[in-house]
Design a protein around this ligand. Structure first.
Ligand code: FAD
Length: 467
């Protein structure tokens, strides 16, 4: 630890908290600056407007949080989080049919986002050198060569050796850097105009299909409407009405149910009609996935950005919190070996974050790029052959353990490589060559098929920087 060193993190949400954990061994002091007054009990807050929407923690996110904060998964479960195997406990109806259910190592915990953040915050603020400073950052101090701290609303300044922006999708960091004379990062976008509406409910016993605790009927290019139900803490479930390409779900009860009726599988809407709604239906809209290219631009020393500030993703794939958890593991590996006074640490952090962002961005573009009207800004649409191959792989994944494993692990562990093994590519080409179609049993939207088989362990990509 370098004496007299301070890291300052803008934003005290999931990204800020996990980044603080990653830096606390390397810096004397870690200051989280947060503009929201943080509630004493778990609850919604204005700085995280998405916080009441359905949130899934992926297996790689749970693993990464556990690496950073040993025991946190048990704490989440003790706080009411529901442990699940995302390979078989989440039944997903896709464009091609039911994604094959497999017993897997994709262990996840399902709970309300507000409650998850509360448990993580309590744990991080127990770290002796991490402090929370209420305040709104309105600019950076320093110059085009080095950031030396932040300016707060009200006129005060805080100095730091390293400033990390974790202020979310609405981050004003590009403007703040421009004020110091630096170039703004370029942006890439895939606009798929996503809409959510979520409500907490109580569900009577015996309403779910046997052995299936969570169900997702995905919006697809052929049907823009979707629905989901997941178990969360407090004996509750969350229903989500989902929409792509501006099929925004309404928040009035009957219209909300009618939206879910349009999903490709009717099962979630049928369960919703038997549920007791215990809160308001809250809506949320976002234009889609946006990535800021922070590497390669002319950046001052002493600065980095993480989380949604860098990559804000279509939330349908449940990746955002897990991305920033993986980023934090990579940041810790770097920071533990670094001199905290070295201004280049910021650039090295950004370089370490970039491959994580790239692999998740490519995965999401591969899925959302199938929507013919999705708007590509700064990126090329997918070639037709790739779309055709992805469709065939989706079909195969309804019936075949290897393909289903690849799909589930690619999503759950950011393990894109799983989709490109020689054996799988050969199977997909054979499937296409033979003009095969998914068997009816996997396509019936009214009935969730049983478990296909047991998956081998995942090959989790090593995203920690070495050397
Ligand atoms: C509808 C929806 C559903 C989602 N579902 C999932 C899901 O299933 N799984 C998943 O992993 N992710 C999901 N996400 C994404 C997830 O919410 C984000 O990826 C995650 O919260 C990113 O964390 P963050 O810390 O980068 O930013 P945020 O959580 O957005 O936090 C930013 C923080 O910075 C603070 N702040 C902002 N400006 C300032 C300032 N100037 N000064 C001081 N503080 C400031 C804010 O108050 C806030 O606390 C979803 C998102 C949406 C929109």
């Amino acid at each position: 630890m370098a004496h007299g060193s301070t890291a300052l993190i803008i934003g005290g949400s999931i990204g800020g908290l996990l980044t603080a954990t990653a830096l606390h061994r390397a810096f004397d002091e870690v200051v989280l600056v947060e503009s929201d007054e943080l509630p004493e009990r778990p609850g919604p807050r204005s700085g995280v407007p998405q916080g009441t929407q359905v949130h899934a923690l992926l297996a790689i996110g749970a693993r990464s949080m556990e690496q950073l904060l040993p025991g946190i998964v048990d704490e989440l479960i003790a706080a009411g989080g529901v442990p699940m195997d995302a390979g078989c406990d989440v039944a997903i109806f896709e464009a091609e049919g039911w994604a094959g259910r497999i017993t897997s190592e994709a262990h996840v915990v399902s709970m309300r986002r507000t409650h998850l953040e509360h448990v993580v915050r309590r744990r991080v603020l127990e770290l002796p050198n991490v402090t929370l400073r209420p305040g709104e950052v309105i600019g950076l101090t320093g110059d085009g060569a080095r950031v030396t701290g932040v300016r707060l609303e009200g006129g005060s300044r805080v100095t730091a050796d390293l400033v990390v922006d974790s202020s979310g999708r609405g981050s004003r960091a590009p403007v703040w850097l421009e004020e110091l004379g630096c170039a703004r990062p370029e942006e890439q976008e895939l606009r798929s105009y996503v809409g959510y509406a979520t409500v907490p409910v109580r569900i009577p016993e015996g309403v779910f299909p046997d052995g299936v605790p969570a169900i997702l009927s995905h919006p697809t290019p052929a049907n823009l409407y979707g629905s989901s139900v997941i178990p969360v803490d407090g004996g509750l479930h969350l229903f989500g009405a989902l929409g792509m390409m501006k099929a925004y779900p309404p928040t009035e009860r009957e219209a909300f149910l009618a939206h879910m009726d349009k999903a490709s599988s009717p099962i979630v809407a049928e369960i919703a009609r038997k549920a007791e709604f215990v809160g308001d239906i809250v809506g949320y809209r976002m234009p889609g996935t946006r990535r800021r290219l922070w590497t390669g631009v002319d950046r001052p020393d002493g600065f980095a950005a993480v989380g949604d500030s860098v990559l804000s993703i279509n939330p349908l794939y449940g990746q955002g919190m897990s991305v920033v958890a993986v980023e934090a593991v990579a940041i810790r590996a770097l920071a533990d070996r670094a001199d905290a006074h070295d201004g280049r640490l910021g650039a090295r952090i950004q370089d370490a974050v970039e491959p994580i962002v790239e692999r998740v961005f490519q995965l999401v573009c591969g899925i959302d790029g199938r929507y013919p009207d999705a708007k590509h800004i700064g990126i090329e649409p997918l070639p037709a052959e790739v779309v055709a191959m992805a469709r065939a792989m989706g079909e195969l994944a309804c019936e075949d353990v290897e393909a289903s494993r690849a799909f589930r692990y690619a999503v759950q562990f950011f393990a894109n490589e799983e989709l490109m093994t020689q054996s799988l590519v050969t199977k997909v080409l054979e499937w296409m060559g033979a003009g095969r179609a998914v068997a009816e049993v996997h396509k019936d939207p009214h009935t969730i098929p049983g478990i296909l088989g047991v998956a081998d362990p995942p090959t989790v990509p090593d995203l920690v920087p070495h050397g």
